[in-house]
Design a protein around this ligand. Structure first.
Ligand code: 5GP
Ligand code: ZN
Length: 115
């Protein structure tokens, strides 16, 4: 737990969020500023700054984050229509919260390549 990390505070419930799904190790909650009808963030409860550091330290946990993203897509009803998973990493990707999070975006179509 990092006391100055917003998403660690969401895990410990000292900052409120709308939880969509939870396992022992992973939490999924709605983004406060949704960019699509479905916009859920899936995070490990343990603090890692980004996806690569999580996967290097704990590949099983990284797999659980991805599996939970798939569960969220089913819960949200976007698994058959399609959805986008995004891990913004570092300044060029506009990462703003340095606790790894997988954006699950769905409910509309997306352009490729991204802007
Ligand atoms: P990033 O830009 O780091 O990939 O994404 C961070 C995401 O966290 C943004 O989409 C932003 O809207 C979301 N966010 C920032 N603060 C909060 C908050 O307090 N609660 C929730 N639920 N989402 C937040
Ligand atoms: Zn954290």
């Amino acid at each position: 737990m990092s006391t100055d990390c917003l998403f660690c505070r969401i895990v410990e419930r000292s900052v409120p969020s709308t939880v969509v799904h939870e396992t022992d190790d992973v939490l999924a909650f709605r983004d406060i500023n949704p960019q699509a009808d479905t916009h859920v963030l899936v995070i490990p409860k343990e603090h890692y700054p980004d996806a690569a550091s999580m996967a290097a330290a704990d590949p099983k946990l990284a797999g659980e984050v991805l599996a939970t993203a798939g569960e969220v897509a089913k819960i949200e009803g976007v698994d058959s229509s399609g959805y986008r998973l995004v891990f913004n990493t570092g300044p060029d990707a506009q990462q703003t919260v340095f606790h790894v999070h997988c954006h699950v975006l769905g409910g509309r179509s997306f352009t490729w390549p991204p802007g």
